[in-house]
Design a protein around this ligand. Structure first.
Ligand SMILES: [Zn+2]
Length: 372
């Protein structure tokens, strides 16, 4: 088990890593750097596979641990004569969270350049502009402080197609026991895979009735594209999807909130991509009750995760979606609580270690049609 301080240090490394959708290589390098003796291998899209020894043996049912690597970011679309750069979104931003923030552009040579997403200072706004809160991406640009197109190219080497991420440095406040940073959706999930795999390794992979495989998927924020590949490669029999889920506790009454900070791991029953396997959830809740793990149930009105792909791509796969509530996902700055990360990891470890053949058969629905 990794010490709490160490684990939060790892979250810092993962949160700060550059990884908008389609540009996740720095994130997989960081994960591989933290993986010790666990074996890491990537495919051409930069999906990352973490195993005990580099193989998926299928000698036991395969238990896949999924999390997406990518974060919401942007891409430079073009460079105007005045040096301002129109951009497109990578992932689901709302325009109200976009202007007046600093960002990091990464050029093809790997150089990182700080820019500001334009906003018009209030001094220059007409009364009508001040009253109008509608925002269009076409009216905003990324500014790196240059005054001409040539200056942008000559000074920084920025070109159309270069990816952009929020410019935020991770920090942890010990008094409040709270983590601050960007991309908690879903570097928190990546951390959960890493730590779950470590704890299973400590127990002994060969002692388990399933074969655990970590699968870190690219491009979830633009439509679960990486999971379409990892599902086929890993061919899971069971899966857990870890997510840095949107916390709702500051928007709705106590009894309606389903993603509250410090209330434990969130078990997702429903979203637009997946109706959870009720037998799997029942088993997970029993296991959590037995072991004293805190959890909260979530029935989402929107949203979707890689579970939408994993549960029916290669076979009928029971998937458990475990969320760590994170405030303000899909914006620059997030908060999450270490105890919720711990609850998610404990839940995964207990679900996997308890999954004996009888439990597997039950979750797979083998007792539903009784034959004499
Ligand atoms: Zn996510």
């Amino acid at each position: 088990m990794t010490d709490r301080k160490e684990l939060l240090k790892e979250l810092e490394i993962l949160s700060n890593a550059f990884g908008p959708s389609g540009f996740e290589e720095e994130v997989i390098q960081k994960i591989a750097g933290l993986a010790d003796t666990l074996h890491c291998e990537n495919d051409a899209m930069n999906d990352l596979y973490m195993t005990a020894d580099g193989k998926i043996n299928h000698d036991r049912p395969v238990f896949m641990l999924d999390a997406h690597l990518d974060e919401c970011g942007f891409m430079i679309q073009s460079i105007e004569d005045n040096g301002l750069m129109p951009f497109v979104m990578l992932g689901g931003w709302h325009m109200s969270a976009v202007p007046a923030h600093s960002v990091i552009i990464r050029t093809s040579s790997g150089r990182k350049v700080r820019g500001i997403i334009t906003s018009k200072p209030v001094h220059f706004m007409s009364a009508k502009e001040r009253a109008d809160s509608s925002l269009e991406i076409e009216k905003h640009y990324i500014d790196v402080g240059c005054s001409s197109r040539q200056e942008v190219i000559d000074t920084y080497g920025i070109m159309p197609g270069d990816p952009v991420m929020p410019d935020v440095a991770y920090s942890y406040d010990e008094d409040g026991d709270i983590c601050f940073g960007k991309a908690f959706d879903n570097r928190v999930g990546c951390l959960c895979i890493l730590e779950t795999m470590r704890r299973l390794q400590q127990i002994g992979f060969d002692k388990l009735d399933v074969e655990p495989v970590g699968a870190f998927a690219v491009q979830e924020e633009v439509g679960e594209r990486g999971a379409a590949v990892t599902a086929v490669r890993v061919k899971p029999d069971f899966a857990i999807v870890f997510e840095g889920s949107p916390a709702d506790d500051i928007y709705v009454p106590k009894n309606t909130a389903q993603g509250s900070l410090r209330k434990g791991v969130q078990i997702r029953h429903f979203d637009r991509s997946y109706i959870s396997n009720p037998r799997f959830i029942q088993y997970a809740m029993e296991r959590a009750d037995e072991k004293g793990i805190r959890y909260q149930n979530a029935v989402r009105r929107g949203g979707g995760t890689n579970a939408g792909i994993l549960h029916n791509k290669t076979d009928a796969v029971p998937v458990l979606v475990l969320g760590v509530p994170c405030r303000y996902v899909h914006t620059h700055y997030n908060f999450c609580a270490p105890e919720d990360i711990e609850a998610a990891v404990c839940m995964a470890v207990e679900v996997i270690t308890g999954l004996d053949p009888a439990k597997q058969a039950y979750i797979l629905g083998k007792n539903i049609l009784k034959r004499d």
